[in-house]
Design a protein around this ligand. Structure first.
Ligand code: UDP
Ligand code: MG
Length: 354
């Protein structure tokens, strides 16, 4: 069996493709933990992660990505790495944001499966063995789906739930709702995601975009062990807007809707002005006719201008999608492919045997 992303122009993965290990007990499990100002939790997180994964029978590497912390996070991580060689520390040169930190971590990971988990223990590490079980049974992406969420305000719960559902409707590929970044991803999916040349990444839509077999693992999300959330309301709105532009063409389609609404208003006002001018006799009524005519002209001109903007938007968004450079398809596997036996075809940049 081989898996590959087929696209003649795709850039190679930043790290060489590693052959996949069969999904039997053993093999290497990578855990990626983005950390920004998490000095209060990283020690506890490391202990919980190591204990939780012990029963899976897999070798372990835990990749802590220090995302420009200004507190003692890095010192704590250095101390963990000195004591435990399974801990890998990647220090980013400044704060690049969680999406970049997670991407840096999965690009560094060598495992047959890669788990992404927050540093603050909101996602319980004890769920990881369940994800590993799902993976061994053939699931490619075992994503944590939240049954409940402790320690969040009602406002955050409501807005997050609304955003997840709206986002899932506006993005053209399936997006699981009530799901964060906590998930286990098979090596083939990691390679497919890493091989994409796009720089601005939103993993919550990029991993589902890659396809493969996704299944939820239900869990209860806890409150933060210590420290504070790094996301203010303003940052969350910026992230939501960014996620939408990266993953969906809906904002441009909204311009078309505005243009249509204005055109309908213009047609309606034209009808009213025409009908009134035929039935009107008094001076006061004639003023009403003039107002309807002005509204008609203004709405129709605005509709034409908005349509022109929408047309330009269509070209811009298509240019953006092309520069994102996502392949037209991703193959999960091929059967009886002679190319696979000899190491892959010319366009096969990310192959594995399993
Ligand atoms: N994080 C990061 N860089 C940032 C912001 C956050 O690496 O710029 C990490 C943070 O340390 C944590 C994870 O991303 O491990 C999620 O952040 P947080 O817990 O603040 O988000 P919330 O759970 O409140 O949505
Ligand atoms: Mg958190």
């Amino acid at each position: 069996m081989k898996t590959h992303v087929s696209h003649p122009d795709i850039l190679p993965c930043e790290r060489p493709t590693r052959p996949s290990v069969a999904r039997t007990p053993g093999g290497l499990l990578s855990i990626v933990v983005p950390c920004h100002n998490e000095e209060a939790v990283v020690e506890a997180t490391h202990k919980r992660l190591v204990a939780a994964v012990a029963g899976t029978g897999m070798d372990l590497e835990i990749i802590y990505v220090d995302d420009g912390s200004r507190d003692a996070t890095l010192e704590r991580l250095e101390s963990i790495a000195t004591r435990d060689k399974r801990a890998v520390v990647v220090e980013l040169s400044r704060n690049f944001g969680q999406q970049a930190a997670m991407s840096a971590g999965i690009a560094q990971a060598r495992g047959a499966a890669v788990v992404i988990i927050d540093a603050d223990l909101q996602d319980p590490p004890e769920v990881i063995p369940e994800m590993v079980r799902a993976w061994r049974s053939g699931v490619d992406v075992a994503y944590g789906r939240r049954r409940s969420r402790e320690g969040e305000t009602r406002f955050k719960l409501l807005t997050a739930s609304l955003f997840h559902r709206l986002f899932a409707r506006l993005v053209p590929h399936p997006i699981p709702v009530d799901t964060g970044d906590f998930k286990l991803i098979d090596r083939a999916v990691v390679d497919a995601v890493c091989s994409l040349p796009e720089k601005r990444r939103y993993l919550r839509s990029l991993v589902p975009w890659a396809g493969f077999r996704h299944e939820p693992v239900w869990y209860d999300r806890h409150a933060r062990l210590a420290g504070e959330t790094k996301y203010s309301a303003r940052k969350l709105i910026m992230l939501a807007a960014d996620a939408l532009v990266i993953s969906s063409d809906a904002p441009v389609r909204l311009t078309w809707l505005c243009s249509l609404a204005l055109a309908l208003l213009g047609v309606l006002a034209t009808g009213i002005a025409t009908w009134s001018s035929m039935t009107t006799t008094t001076g006061a009524d004639r003023a009403g006719v003039s107002l309807a005519a002005i509204i008609a002209v203004a709405a129709l001109v605005a509709a034409a201008q908005t349509a022109a903007v929408a047309v330009v938007g269509e070209y811009v968004v298509r240019t953006y999608r092309e520069t994102q450079g996502r392949p037209t398809w991703v193959i999960r596997r091929t059967i009886n492919d002679a190319g696979a036996a000899t190491g892959g075809t010319r366009t096969d940049r990310s192959s594995r045997a399993a």
